[in-house]
Unconditional design. Structure first.
Lengths: 164, 164
DNA sequence: CATAACCTTGACGTTTACGTTATAGTTAGG
DNA sequence: CCTAACTATAACGTAAACGTCAAGGTTATG
């Protein structure tokens, strides 16, 4: 059986996958990087910055990323690329999101109706703050678009005028 | 007459303003920086990168920025902040815009109807390319917003459920 | 005409966000 | 068990986008 280098690599990738007690698949750094479109160096850097600490380390001390970790990395990409935020700003925003998550946890355990309501209201507030950040940029982008559209319309008008 | 330091500065600012043959006001670098919300260093850096070369230099070799220069600087800010473009990318985009402008000039001088039409079509094409860049980011931002909105809706739903 | 407050061109420093290289441990396949 | 291909940390390098002096010229004002 002459296994190609390609096939070997694929085997390696399959071997990359471990599992948590929960049965969730865990990825080694290179595979996590591949799935998120980043590099392993970048993932280590994000960890150094405290942005994404992988779910756990295997016996070999290898980093093992969970599905939640991958989602978080994707989120960082979004915020960085789309909102032009620095990693510092992203960190703050993710902290807010985490507050929301832990708030969700507390919510589950809570039995007091009044407190649960209060927690939900708090979660809504946090998300609104996030939303306003996005909305702000959205509006300004929208204006940029309108400018471009206006230019096109002007040209178009002259064109029809010319060809009348 | 005990002129305050404040007043002196204001005098200086007024003195900053020179005029082109056209009668357009020209600003020295600090005032140009103040108006655009940047620093003089940044403006010099932009010139170094070839992004904004001031309209002219005075006899004193001072940089003098025209209204068009100021607009261009504002444009750079927009593209950098809103689209998260690097100065390189902005340079390319501004080049495209300049093509559009010079095209506009050529258009004015042109008498041949067919050529004028062609030029307009070209201008429209260029603007469309710009537009697609903006639109792309806009769509992805919109998705971010929907995610946030969905989260809010979920919370809101649970809240009404709870308080029913 | 002195002085303050501009301006000039270097040139070196800094932060961010990684890339790259070196050295060494770990794991799967033949 | 040897080798290839992963992994680890550490450390140095780098490009972008400026900040921050330093040394000197220019201009308005008292």
């Amino acid at each position: 059986m002459t296994e190609t280098k390609q096939a070997e690599v694929e085997n390696q990738i399959v071997a990359d996958i471990e599992r948590l007690d929960t049965g969730e698949e865990l990825l080694q750094i290179e595979e996590a990087a591949r799935r998120t479109g980043l590099t392993s160096r970048t993932l280590r850097y994000y960890e150094e910055r405290g942005l994404v600490v992988p779910a756990r380390r295997g016996d070999s001390n290898y980093r093992l990323y969970s599905g939640a970790d991958i989602e978080r990395i994707e989120r960082i990409k979004q915020l960085k690329d789309l909102l032009a935020f620095s990693l510092d700003e992203i960190g703050e925003l993710l902290e807010v999101e985490e507050q929301r998550v832990s708030l969700k946890q507390a919510f589950k355990l809570e039995t007091d109706r009044a407190i649960k309501s209060q927690q939900l209201r708090q979660a809504i507030l946090l998300t609104h703050r996030e939303l306003s950040l996005i909305d702000d940029k959205l509006h300004r982008l929208e204006k940029l678009k309108q400018d471009a559209l206006a230019r096109i319309a002007r040209h178009q008008h002259r064109l029809t005028e010319l060809e009348a």
